[in-house]
Design a protein around this ligand. Structure first.
Ligand code: AHR
Length: 514
């Protein structure tokens, strides 16, 4: 801890004054909107890790916790309200040790396995293919299956696709029918391995490219189902991985993934989720915003090989990664979620909206009880996290037309040169023509008067919601579940085509222009 304070003091230069009003200017170019923000940018990820599946999403039909076919009702309803567009499963690292046939048929006959990646927990396979795909139906979302390339066979993956999607008199379709599901599911997104450079097989990109070509060849399109095949992509700054895959796999893949976590902390630890300083917070904002540069560089490489942008980039793991909560099981990646996490969500989404010509899906890690989750559960209790509320306030942008904007604001310099702008914003026009503007005032101490020049929008008023709290470190606990939650926001006025917003310190606002 002492080291941490010393390092922070040495490396951080804050140029903020205390408790003053600041200003920012936005020029909204509402008549220049072209690109749709695919709803899949708001995708989620559920891994067999800690209590994400067991206890989080799934309690089983015999549980005293109120459930629908084994899915806990409170979580199900909260996720239905969130409008989850796509859910990635079963991993993560777990995917490359998962053998899907162990997770079908009568539960009593399903073999157990050791979840080697995540704390050595015994996995009883009671949540398998049927339970996942039926959950997606209940949520009204697209499933995204991550296939096992690291320790599985080509035959195994090929048969899984047949099991899920074949309508015919095929062996796997008949096995599915025997297990109680007559009609094939529709499966679009198929990941061919996960982190194949690491937990997914420690491969070189050249070797993985060949494996991708081999495995994907046998993943067939059955009976009108069309797979969108996704190659396992780079981590963070590994631009060579992207280059090699574009060269060697090219148009054999519909999508290429990327993982980027906002990991901070000093002295070897990732840092506490709830106990952090203002300096730590600004550093985290900088690290989170760095995704923009990382996206640009991967996209530039993809552009060299695919000028028509036919291959999508999918950021299928992102979010904050802190030290596990004290007292929780090691390897279960259970962490609390504060207002700081909410800002990582809003700032990231603002950036993602800008790159959707190439970036077609993002999956925050993870949906319940793991890393930057939407929801935390403990036995029969559930809390919604600040990140949940950002996703809810932002879901107006799903499938809306992205509206470009110019933003001028002051910034803060953090730890040897990283500049963090203090205001972030994004805007879109939905299918009914309504314009929404989301704004984040990252500044901990100062309110911002934001002046928005509304080019191309006729509006007379703006109303919306605000997410803020007394302290950056505030979070929702099982004892106090409503510390950080949205409230109505009316501090915005429109006059003569100019919208003026009084944005309180450390706040996130979404407005509808009327
Ligand atoms: O989300 C947790 C883990 O992070 C995933 O299993 C893995 O893909 C990544 O390293």
């Amino acid at each position: 801890m002492k080291n941490k304070i010393l390092l922070s003091a040495a490396l951080l230069t804050l140029t903020l004054s205390a408790s003053a009003q600041k200003s920012a200017t936005i020029t909204l170019k509402a008549d220049e909107g072209k690109q749709i923000i695919p709803k899949e940018i708001y995708g989620q990820f559920a891994e067999h890790l800690g209590t994400c599946i067991y206890g989080g999403l799934w309690v089983g039909e015999e549980s005293p916790i109120p459930n629908t076919q084994g899915y806990r009702n409170d979580v199900l309803h909260a996720l239905q309200e969130l409008k989850v567009p796509v859910l990635r499963w079963p991993g993560g690292c777990f995917a490359d040790e998962y053998h899907w046939m162990d997770g079908i048929g009568p539960k009593a006959n399903r073999p157990k396995m050791v979840n080697n990646n995540w704390g050595g927990t015994i996995e009883d396979n009671s949540f398998g293919t049927h339970e996942f795909l039926n959950l997606c139906e209940l949520l009204g979302c697209e499933p995204y299956i991550s296939g096992n390339v690291g320790s599985g066979t080509v035959e195994e993956l090929a048969k899984w696709v047949e099991y899920m999607t074949s309508e015919g008199d095929s062996p796997m379709a008949n096995l599915r029918r025997k297990n109680g599901r007559d009609k094939a599911w529709k499966l679009k997104y198929l990941g061919v391995g996960n982190e194949s450079w690491g937990c997914g097989g420690s491969m070189r990109p050249e070797y993985y490219s060949d494996l991708y070509r081999r495995y994907s060849t046998y993943c067939r399109n059955y009976d009108g189902n069309r797979l969108f095949k996704i190659a396992s992509g780079a981590s963070d700054y590994d631009y060579n991985w992207t280059k090699v895959l574009m060269e060697r796999v090219g148009h054999r893949m519909e999508g290429l993934s990327l993982h980027y976590y906002t990991v901070s902390g000093w002295s070897g630890s990732k840092g506490s989720a709830t106990d952090f300083s203002k300096e730590d917070y600004y550093w985290t904002m900088g690290k989170c915003r760095e995704i923009e540069d990382v996206l640009k560089r991967h996209i530039a490489i993809m552009d060299q090989y695919d000028k028509q942008k036919r291959i999508a980039l999918l950021l299928d793991e992102w979010g904050t990664w802190w030290d596990e909560e004290p007292g929780t099981i090691r390897g279960h990646l259970y962490q609390q979620n504060t207002l700081r996490d909410a800002f990582v969500a809003s700032l990231s989404l603002d950036i993602f909206h800008k790159y959707t010509e190439r970036l077609k899906m993002c999956n925050i890690a993870q949906i319940v009880n793991v890393l930057q989750s939407m929801i935390l559960t403990k036995e029969d209790k559930m809390v919604l996290t600040p990140t949940y509320y950002v996703f809810k306030m932002y879901n107006v942008h799903q499938d809306a037309t992205y509206l470009p904007l110019d933003l001028e604001c002051s910034s803060v310099d953090v730890r040897g040169g990283r500049r963090v702008p203090l205001v972030s914003a994004t805007a879109s026009r939905d299918k009914e023509g309504k314009v929404h503007l989301s704004l984040s005032n990252v500044d901990v101490d100062n309110a911002q008067q934001v002046t928005v020049h509304l080019n191309g929008v006729k509006a007379t008023k703006a109303i919306g919601e605000i997410l803020t709290s007394a302290q950056l470190t505030d979070y929702n606990s099982f004892e106090q579940p409503d510390v950080v939650k949205p409230a109505p926001f009316r501090d915005a006025k429109v006059k003569n085509g100019i919208l003026t917003i009084q944005l309180p310190a450390k706040s996130i606002v979404t407005l509808e222009l009327q």
